[in-house]
Design a protein around this ligand. Structure first.
Ligand code: ATP
Ligand code: MG
Length: 223
């Protein structure tokens, strides 16, 4: 791998997966090969006798080469609940994720790892998503869902990443609510109050149009 990024967000359901796929498309347009992981997924259904998650499947489909599902998503929990609760009998181990990461990281120019929930989402009784990002030693991209409350959520997340001594390469504004008032001003406020660069304002799209989202990334700032 030449480049790797850990994708976190201000919350669950903020657009981490959509941003990850947009980034994958964008890197592929730049003639870079790309693979991805969703190491911990809560909310899975059986497919061919194996629990699989929508986010991980999208990441698998959008990679430059086909990877085994279990390497992309070593922890697939059926219930859509916090991983530390879903994994009571089979707790998440960061070492296991690190092994899967090591196995696939050199299969492409770029590897993207999507977190679960937000920065302080617990993975087990000891470790949070923050510990996973640190263990994989990846710089972080923060996806901010542009909705009421996003300024506070973005500032808290960016400050927590900085306090952890982890490099934040930037944040992505994800416009998930077409009815939200004063979107531009909210985005401008986050921009003015944070030192991490804005990597793109990804517009609202009714369809899952990831190429359209990719056009709005300014990924030259990343690579
Ligand atoms: N640019 C967009 N335009 C319209 N809707 C969007 C956009 N980005 C995200 N969404 C909506 O938000 C939902 C959640 O996005 P996504 O699955 O990427 O979030 P997530 O942060 O990855 O969630 P999770 O914590 O479950 O992994 C999508 O299913 C979609 O309905
Ligand atoms: Mg997701």
């Amino acid at each position: 791998m030449k480049y790797g990024f850990f994708i976190t967000g201000t919350d669950t359901g903020v657009g981490k997966t959509w941003a990850t796929i947009a980034l994958m498309r964008r890197f592929k347009q730049q003639e870079l090969s790309v693979v991805g992981m969703k190491p911990v997924a809560a909310g899975c259904e059986y497919q061919d006798g194996q629990l699989k998650n929508e986010d991980a499947l999208l990441i698998q489909e959008n990679a430059s080469q086909w990877l085994d599902y279990s390497d992309i998503n070593p922890y697939a929990f059926e219930d859509a609940i916090s991983p530390h609760l879903a994994g009571v009998e089979y707790p998440v181990q960061i070492d296991v994720i690190a092994q899967a990461f090591d196995k696939i990281k050199d299969k492409a120019d770029v590897i993207l790892v999507e977190g679960a929930g937000g920065w302080f989402a617990p993975l087990n009784n000891e470790d949070d998503i923050a510990d996973l990002a640190k263990a994989l030693a990846l710089p972080v991209i923060v996806v901010v869902a542009i909705r009421l409350g996003c300024i506070n959520h973005a500032r808290l997340t960016l400050q927590a990443i900085q306090s952890a001594g982890v490099h934040c390469v930037g944040w992505i504004a994800m416009c998930i609510d077409p009815k939200m008032a004063r979107q531009d001003e909210n985005i401008a406020t986050i921009k003015n109050k944070s030192s991490a660069p804005l990597l793109g304002v990804l517009p609202y799209t009714d369809e899952m149009n990831f190429d359209y989202l990719a056009e709005n990334l300014t990924a030259e700032k990343l690579i």
